[in-house]
Ligand binder design. Structure first.
Ligand SMILES: Nc1ncnc2c1ncn2[C@@H]1O[C@H](COP(=O)(O)OP(=O)(O)OP(=O)(O)O)[C@@H](O)[C@H]1O
Ligand SMILES: [Mg+2]
Length: 472
């Protein structure tokens, strides 16, 4: 497993989906405002133009009357129908006031609708909405029925304001509905096109991180050809490369353990050779005297070198080449090679001469050497007067049980339970912690195993079991 990715749980609001939704709403609203302002301005102009047209009809009606005069009641009706206070028409530079109500209010502002463009009318439209009192305003325009050069009307502003507010409310309601629909559509589309693929991409990254050696977790790029497709392809090739590197690394690790194991047992053999060659120094022959120190020195160097080479890794041993062996003779060889190391410790072989064990000669002697060496080293860490390592064995139908008992101080508590794992060793110089791991593996390759039958102050007993092959 790679380093765990930080556990960020995107919540609906801070996650990509939430952000996309929020931005969609904001931008659609902004679009609506941009459309709303000119349309309300336009509404005002159209509303005023309608008033102008109605006022012109009223003016024409008045002019059609005999002497161009109407009575007060008809005048008021005409003005009220047109929604204005006064109407004046300009003809050939002459201004004639056609109709006028009784009101004496003063005109507060004048607007000329001729040639007005919609964006210049936005500001006056906004002003209407925020007027605190009902102003009387003057509007000049081209008369739609061409009754003169221009027509001028005076009217109160609040009816206009009410109509505009009404219109604004309707537009606002529509805008909200529209923005919700549009934002929803944008959100759904973006969610499908961007957010979902992104989410799948990050889910894949997280799952790959948990088990990078699992080939089925490598992303399968979709057929999309955009930047996300590119990211998927890039991620796929990165994951494949990483997996390749991991495999290479575990192969190297395996190689490392193989080297460790070879070095370990080779070192054991060289240690015996070194002790034997020490004796050469006692031989009086001059040539021997000359060569012995060199031989000892190179053996020393080889041992140091092997100690340094003991590195990490794991590898399979060759399958055992099994035959029925006289266990006693194997033990004799092992004791012989360890005799010098044993020093004052008695190596006792309690095995019956006729006991046969179904094992690989070389591997069985490696197991025994490791266990007896451990026993000797344990005893040496607390020498006593009557120290011994005793090997006994018995056959139980198809199973041979070999016990190696020592008088050492017992297994250090810190190591209990994990001494058969590689590199578990007590802090003692020269130990690599591979001896028991290798021995256990070799015994298991025979279908058997190694266990600790007993350990404590009075010594330790290791037990090796060797079942016969099927059919023996
Ligand atoms: N008979 C024993 N009595 C007490 N402790 C033991 C005995 N056998 C093994 N141990 C403990 O188990 C440890 C692991 O043994 P193992 O043989 O795997 O490694 P090692 O002896 O430390 O190193 P090496 O790889 O050189 O054999 C030893 O370091 C020792 O502390
Ligand atoms: Mg050992």
């Amino acid at each position: 497993m790679l380093d765990p990715t930080p556990q960020i749980k995107p919540n609906p609001l801070t996650g990509l989906s939430g952000k996309v939704l929020l931005l969609s709403i904001i931008f659609v609203m902004l679009g609506e405002v941009l459309i709303f302002l000119p349309s309300i301005a336009n509404f005002r102009v159209q509303w005023l133009k309608t008033r102008v047209a109605q006022a012109e009809i009223a003016a024409l009606a008045t002019e059609a009357a005999p002497n161009e005069m109407v009575d007060a009641a008809l005048r008021d009706t005409l003005l009220m129908d047109a929604g204005v206070e006064a109407v004046a028409v300009m003809r050939e530079g002459r201004r004639s006031l056609v109709l006028r109500s009784e009101s004496t209010a003063m005109v507060e502002e004048s607007f000329d609708l001729r040639g007005s463009v919609s964006y210049t009318s936005i500001l006056p439209a906004m002003m209407v909405m925020f007027q605190s009192h009902d102003r009387l305003i003057n509007v000049i325009d081209q008369p739609p029925a061409m009754s003169g050069n221009s027509i001028e009307i005076a009217l109160h502003e609040w009816p206009l304001r009410d109509a505009m507010l009404n219109f604004a409310l309707r537009v606002l309601g529509l805008s909200v509905v529209l923005s919700l629909i549009v934002a929803g559509l944008i959100f759904a589309a973006l969610n499908r096109v961007l957010v979902r693929p992104m989410r799948m991409l990050s889910a894949n990254m997280m799952s790959f991180t948990q088990a990078p050696e699992d080939a089925s977790r490598i992303i399968m790029p979709t057929t999309r050809r955009d930047e996300l497709g590119l990211a998927e392809h890039a991620l796929e090739s990165m994951q494949k490369q990483l997996q390749g590197l991991l495999q290479q690394k575990s192969r190297l690790a395996a190689l490392g353990l193989a080297v460790s194991k070879v070095s370990h047992d080779l070192r054991n053999m060289l240690t015996s050779a070194q002790l034997i060659s020490d004796r050469l120094g006692e031989v009086k022959d001059q040539r021997v005297q000359r060569f012995a120190p060199k031989l000892i020195a190179s053996l020393d160097r080889a041992i140091v070198f092997l100690n340094q080479t003991l590195t990490y890794g794991r590898a399979q041993e060759l399958p055992p080449r099994r035959e029925m062996l006289a266990l006693k003779s194997v033990i004799d060889d092992v004791f012989e090679s360890l005799k010098l190391q044993a020093g004052h410790i008695k190596l006792i072989d309690d095995v019956a001469a006729k006991l046969l064990v179904d094992a690989d000669h070389e591997q069985l002697s490696r197991i025994l050497t490791n266990l007896v060496r451990n026993a000797i080293q344990a005893i040496e860490s607390r020498p006593q007067t009557k120290d011994e390592v005793r090997i006994s064995a018995k056959r139980e139908s198809h199973l041979v049980l070999i016990s190696i008992a020592d008088t050492g101080p017992g297994i250090p508590p810190a190591l209990k339970g994990k001494m058969f794992e590689a590199f578990q060793t007590a802090a003692r110089q020269g130990g690599t912690g591979l001896g028991l791991a290798i021995s256990a593996e070799l015994a298991q390759a025979h279908g058997g195993g190694i266990s600790i039958a007993q350990t404590g102050e009075r010594g330790t007993v290791f037990e090796i079991s060797f079942p016969d092959r099927n059919g023996h």
